[in-house]
Design a protein around this ligand. Sequence first.
Ligand SMILES: [Zn+2]
Length: 422
Amino acid sequence: MIALWCEHAWLGGDEAERGVRVEIEDGRIASVGVGASATDAERLAGLTIPGLANAHSHAFQRALRGRAQGHGSFWTWREQMYALAESIDPDGLRRLARATFAEMALAGITVVGEFHYLHHGPGGTPYADPNELGRTLIAAAAEAGIRIVLLDACYLHGGSARFRDASAEAWAERVSQLDGGAGAAIHSVRAVDPAAAAVVAQWAAECEAPLHAHVSEQPAENAFALERFGATPTALLDQAGALSERFTAIHVTHPAADDIALLGAAQANVCLCPTTERDLADGIGPARALADAGARLALGSDSHAVIDLLEEARAVELDERLASGERGRHGAAQLLGAATAGGYASLGLPHGGRIEPGALADLTTVALDSVRLAGAPPLDGAVFCAGAADVRHVIVGGRWVVRDGAHVSIDVARELREALAP
Ligand SMILES: [Zn+2]
């Protein structure tokens, strides 16, 4: 049994609690006591929150950070991303993903949803193990000490041959060989036609697996779907049987009013990736309207232009302020809920992202004594003022992964430099 005493802890309410004892047994939280004594417990100074869930990641895109900032659009960035994807090999991916997932741990992230579509070797030739790169990502996350839900993406049309399976049936056969229960993804309605999307949705339903899809990130994606199939991406996915509480729509930056209603009625998850949406000039999604309709919000760092879930959380509110001319549309507790329980739920882990008995013992402690947080109240301070550099401790399944701001087993900056050396 591990006993921790948190100076402050956020248990889901509108304020943080002071003096919270958390006991951990077998990787789960066994008990939570507010106003408890610190006797016989390890003291965690600062604000302890549930581990942060990065619900949408493409680990290999970390290699584009700072290297794709010239004039252009989403579409010119995509050409650079395709070129990068052609250059990845299994050993390079292992080193890059391990370092990137370790960077996530340093940022307080305890679980990543890896939306994986770089499946095959050069020219689209499968590796001897057709799940070589998926298994590489799973192993890299284990080495970095964080949980991973591999969202294996069906990709049939366009893009690189390295992304594509021969059919949705071939995708299902390949993914079924991934023991340990992969999640599913439909890359997008551009890359997966409606009949194939229905096959993927059916597979996910039979496995009760989480199902993710990129949805309405760019107006041109909507225009393609309307012209080719006569419906919006969300409506096409609904017709394919994809929408449910297990479904997560990624981005939803440019939905129609009916799309918002469909996602809300299905109680689907919507994963916003605001730092990437800024970086790619996507736009600002209607987060308040989606939440009001019944959709549940989650967050992701997607392209890893930055890896900072606290920045993603406040961006939902701050970007919407710019678009709406109104403040306070999302409170700190709602934003932190999206960054924690919302993300775990979207990844099929409803027992994560909370500090309560029975929950996964995934915890992140944010320092409150930095120059950035001095004088700020714990919860609003952490959400609106703190960043990845303020994360002090991270525990995953009761095991220390980050202590006093350092990864327990990986020199993260060095491994990133080596993995990214030209
Ligand atoms: Zn993405």
